[in-house]
Ligand binder design. Structure first.
Ligand code: ARG
Length: 429
């Protein structure tokens, strides 16, 4: 190993890792800082990398590509890991991995490095993605191979070597942020019964302390949000604005005991105000514009895509093909959704689309009903045919068959009941 490209957040861990890699392996270290939004440590990051001994420091603003190429496809697909986690951390990993590989190739490096620990998902995502893109590159994770220092030890290590220490307050949690969400774990959160302390949250106010409810109208085109309250916005600005607005109303707190790829259950606190609002709004618009068969099938795709992304299999053919299906299914998901942000809740209050499949004349119980009620009889006759045949041959579930009831107990005889009859009824002879 001669030269390694390190994914460098600019924080204490990775600053120490620059020096540690040089000393441990005698290698040249190039740092790569990828800005994926959410208020990362871009300020002064080159200076800190140099102070730690990096030979070069790349800083890449990937915010827009992160949203358009990574976040939007998962919003389009409604992909949420275990039905709840909008995958913020997981989505940024393949992007960072790809940039690591590209910088390594440009720099003629023979290895890349990242600051993940040995028991999380992120190490898997980095390693697997890098090896898919360039099998010749070695991957080193200092925290996995002996750099394990406590925060105080890291500070001493940095001071002894003149490494500039980033000015961040010591957090009791392990935190990862990007534009799509904030992930918070460890510390007191490791007891899944413990109420998350107020300091676990940074992007959301306590819902009970939120200001009066507001409404926001989200404009979608092809399953992708393109505007708020009538104003067209670029992807980064749209997410940032909605993040601030929804967070101020306490929307987007998620408390999840999740199943890691490495087999551990772990308790995670997520703050995803924009993702929470957009996922709900998007599903509401899909309900208006897609057929019931497409909606049903999309749920399978959503779960599969979420799992593959969570598991770090972004660069697999299946992932690519599912993304392709999801994007294609979104051709008609255009229109507006009105949401109320109300003390921690994001509530759909209306949706409309020029491509809507909703037909008031078919749905109405008022005048103008175009639905053919008489045809319902024939439809039900045919629709119910297989069940009638089965019931006749096998005895339906719940049917009184000969002397016994099949598969169930009679209801009427076992439930409290009263029977009223008109006064004097039955008395007449
Ligand atoms: N459990 C989440 C995931 O695997 C988030 C991990 C975030 N990392 C952290 N240091 N908090 O995607």
């Amino acid at each position: 190993m001669n030269k390694v490209v390190l994914a460098y957040s600019g924080g204490l861990d990775t600053s120490v890792a620059v020096a540690w890699l040089r000393e441990q392996y005698g290698v040249e270290v190039v740092t790569l800082t990828v800005d994926v939004g959410g208020g990362s440590l871009r300020e002064g990051v080159e200076r800190r990398a140099m102070s730690a001994g990096a030979s070069k420091a790349y800083v890449v603003d990937a915010r827009e590509r992160f949203v358009t190429d990574f976040v939007w496809p998962h919003l389009q697909a409604s992909a949420l890991y275990q039905g709840v986690y909008p995958l913020a951390t997981a989505l940024a990993r393949p992007l960072i991995a790809q940039l690591l590989v590209e910088v390594a190739q440009k720099e003629g490096a023979d290895a890349v490095a990242h600051g993940s620990t040995g028991k999380g998902n992120d190490q898997v995502r980095f390693d697997v993605a890098v090896h898919a893109l360039d099998p010749a590159l070695e991957v080193v994770a200092p925290l996995r191979v002996g750099m394990g220092l406590s925060r105080d030890q890291e500070i001493d290590y940095a001071i002894a070597r003149g490494i500039e220490i980033p000015i961040t307050k010591a957090s009791p949690y392990s935190i990862d942020v990007n534009l799509w969400g904030r992930s918070c774990e460890t510390g007191v959160l490791e007891d899944p019964w413990v109420t998350p302390p107020a300091d676990a949250y940074e992007w959301t106010v306590d819902p009970s302390a939120a200001p009066p409810a507001v409404e926001v109208v989200i404009l979608f085109e092809g399953g992708v949000p393109v505007g708020l309250d009538g104003e067209r916005l670029g992807p980064v600005e749209l997410v940032d604005r909605l993040q601030a607005l929804a967070g101020a109303h306490g929307v987007g707190r998620i408390d999840h005991v999740e199943d890691r790829l490495v087999g551990i259950k772990s308790r995670e606190i997520y703050e995803t105000p924009a993702a929470t609002v957009l996922h709900k709004a998007h599903r509401a618009l899909e309900g208006l514009t897609l057929t019931k068969d497409t909606l049903r099938f999309n749920r399978l795709v959503a779960d599969e895509l979420a799992q593959l992304t969570y598991d770090g299999l972004w660069f697999s053919a299946l992932h690519r093909d599912l993304r392709g299906y999801a994007a294609s299914s979104q051709r008609v998901v255009s229109g507006e959704v009105r949401m109320r942000l109300d003390h921690g809740n994001a509530i759909v209050t209306g949706r409309r689309s020029p491509l809507s499949l909703y037909d008031k004349n078919l749905a109405t119980y008022d005048e103008g009903d175009a639905f053919d009620h008489a045809s319902a009889v024939g439809f039900i006759e045919i629709f119910g045919l297989p069940l009638r045949v089965e019931a006749a041959r096998h005895g339906a579930v719940g049917r009184h068959h000969g002397a016994a009831w099949t598969w169930t107990e009679p209801l009427l005889a076992s439930l409290p009941m009263t029977i009223a009859e008109p006064e004097g009824a039955g008395a007449a002879g």
